[in-house]
Design a protein around this ligand. Sequence first.
Ligand code: SF4
Ligand code: SF4
Length: 289
Amino acid sequence: MKQVAILSGKGGTGKTTLTASFAALAKRPVVADCDVEAADLALLIPPTNKKVNEFHAGFKAIVNRAACTRCGVCVGVCRFNAISPDIVIDPLRCEGCGVCVDYCPEHAIFEDEQLAGHWYEADTEFGPMLYAQIDAGQENSGKLVAQVRKRALERAEEGGHEIVLIDGPPGIGCPVISALTGVDLVVLVTEPSPSGLHDLDRVLELTRHFKIPALVVLNKADLALDYAAHMVECIEANGARLIGRLPYDQSALEAVAAAEPVVRHGTGPLTTAIEDVWKVIEEELTTAN
Ligand code: SF4
Ligand code: SF4
């Protein structure tokens, strides 16, 4: 079984559009939407939820007021100033370090796991889909990404699926590292702009660090021809392989409105270009066998 992560330096570069089309082109994939802060793959591949799971992360201190004698020990030991003189814990300041729990002579404080989001197991027209949504303001999205990936792999093994497609989070932070570690191939989606190039360089550095082969797709390549040519030179100079230049095409927006992958929506130049890109990815995966 192969795992392919589709990544981009920032959101809005067409990563999800491409992932949805790959899901339609692949043979019986399992799809994992690991962009847990903005899970929108479901807009293009409508899921039927089979199971909703709670995601718990981090700990916060809770005071049992009936047992508390207001001795103030906890106020003194909390180095995050999370406990007020009247022994009220500010959940935004509490780091869940547990020191107050240890020091409370009355055992009146305990740590409570926090509900931080949900993750979903679903079926789609193209195969099983795992996706998640972390609650606003919650951290630990890397842990939630790891959970989604773990279940996606299990589903692939249970159902004899040969490929797991991972729609990764944008950027290069902890959730991205969670999304790409151990994958067989990374597909980087970028756009012809200085910020696109900068972001691409950063993600390429990451893939090199983890020794994962990376292929690059230049989206909206015809919107800034001069800069696109410059980016192609930079990509090659960087030792990366450009496998496709996707044209700007209104059908991408129409596909979103129709809630389906572009390759299912139309037969225009964008569809053809994505199909060509997918063929290269399939070849690459076969060669890597
Ligand atoms: S240390 Fe325990 S008993 Fe003392 S004020 Fe804090 S919670 Fe209450
Ligand atoms: S768990 Fe740590 S941070 Fe939270 S209130 Fe207790 S001592 Fe402060």
